[in-house]
Design a protein around this ligand. Structure first.
Ligand SMILES: Cc1cc2nc3c(=O)[nH]c(=O)nc-3n(C[C@H](O)[C@H](O)[C@H](O)COP(=O)(O)OP(=O)(O)OC[C@H]3O[C@@H](n4cnc5c(N)ncnc54)[C@H](O)[C@@H]3O)c2cc1C
Length: 324
């Protein structure tokens, strides 16, 4: 009989893991709390405009992520982005090529989700093991199972809530630190920013400003801007009202860039509560082959999308090896 595996979290790590499991012949079900897949690989629509309010671009150091990106570029899900940086040069001073999803960053995960059953809008509350295998319990007290193995691919603090009682996994999880990050999406009718596409480390408050419309396959009318606050400022303000945060961040950007007093047509602030990794684990994944449960995510290896992909892929392989 075909073995069933469950993945909690439909971000890049969870879906990369799901692809390995599916390719090995397992029946895979993914549980995702949001209505949409992608996690921090996110694109949101505000009116007629779309904004990448999570990850801004991708780099690929490992050969496996490199070949995934090449697949994406050939099938039209990704393209190179060479923004103009502060020095005016093309390419933002990048050491490696930068890639973006097209038409939005969320497109990057789409091919990974093929042939996988995804349960959207299902927040996992508890995972529990019986003689027959693992059962996944949702917040609404319904459950699905049994599964032969479970991969938990969510930010470390959220994984701790699900696996805190399993010492071999809880201890490594407790070593990981993640920070919040406010993202502000701003729409202006006219081009207003100085003639440059990305601005980094602008002040103690603002870490990143990007002209979203300069990415390939985006709307180029007016100005669509994504601003990321610094981790320190985001931590100080993480319980603040998003509208107040939006006003403060826009005020700071206007001041730093010396903008004329323009009123944005739209502004929307979003908090990534576990957005950025401060200190990672330094291992690709953690897996208990006795219990057949493991964890993956960017925080295992670093803080980038490529780390999430490599971590999820490695956990998938470990699960497959333990089930044969
Ligand atoms: C503001 C910001 C900017 C960034 N910029 C870049 C960049 O330019 N380049 C780069 O390479 N990386 C960047 N990153 C990092 C990149 O986005 C992440 O490394 C990557 O997307 C993490 O993928 P993941 O699958 O590990 O986690 P996530 O994308 O967080 O996926 C986890 C998923 O699990 C779901 N989930 C959590 N708990 C539960 C539960 N209990 N039940 C069900 N589902 C659950 C979540 O909803 C989410 O969909 C950025 C991140 C942020 C926040």
């Amino acid at each position: 009989m075909t073995k069933r595996a469950a993945v909690v979290g439909a971000g890049l790590a969870g879906l990369a893991c799901a692809r390995v499991l599916r390719r090995a012949g397992l029946y895979v079900e993914v549980f995702e709390q949001d209505r949409i897949i992608g996690g921090r690989m996110a694109t949101t629509r505000v009116g007629l405009d779309t904004f990448d309010h999570g990850a801004q671009y991708l780099t690929a150091r490992s050969s496996q992520f490199n070949s995934y990106i090449s697949e994406m570029v050939s099938s039209g899900y990704a393209a190179r982005w060479t923004p103009r940086s502060s020095s005016g040069e093309q390419g933002g001073g990048q050491m490696l090529p930068w890639y973006v999803g097209t038409p939005g960053m969320a497109s990057i995960v789409r091919p990974l989700a093929e042939s996988v059953r995804i349960h959207n809008g299902r927040k996992v509350h508890t995972i529990e093991r019986s003689d027959k295998g693992w059962h996944i319990w949702m917040e609404d007290e319904t459950s699905v199972g049994p599964f032969s193995a479970v991969a938990v691919a969510v930010p470390a603090p959220q994984a701790q809530l699900l696996l805190g009682r399993l010492d071999s996994i809880a201890e490594p999880l407790s070593r990981v630190r993640m920070s919040p990050c406010w993202a502000l999406m701003v729409r202006l009718d006219e081009r207003t920013l100085p003639d440059q596409d990305v601005f980094s480390d602008m002040s103690e408050v603002v870490r990143w400003i990007a002209r979203n419309g300069t990415k390939p396959s985006r709307n180029t009318r007016g100005e669509s801007i994504v601003i990321h606050a610094s981790p320190a400022w985001s931590r100080q303000t993480e319980d603040a009202d998003p509208e107040v945060v939006a006003e403060e961040l826009w005020g700071e950007v206007s001041h730093i860039l010396g903008l004329p007093p323009v009123r944005p047509v739209k502004m929307l602030a979003h908090l990534w509560r576990h957005g950025l990794v401060d200190s990672s684990l330094g291992e690709s994944y953690v897996y208990s082959s006795d219990h057949k449960v493991g964890v993956a995510g960017d925080w295992c290896l670093g803080r980038l999308a490529e780390h999430a992909f490599d971590s999820g892929t490695s956990l998938g392989r470990a699960i497959v090896a333990s089930l044969v």
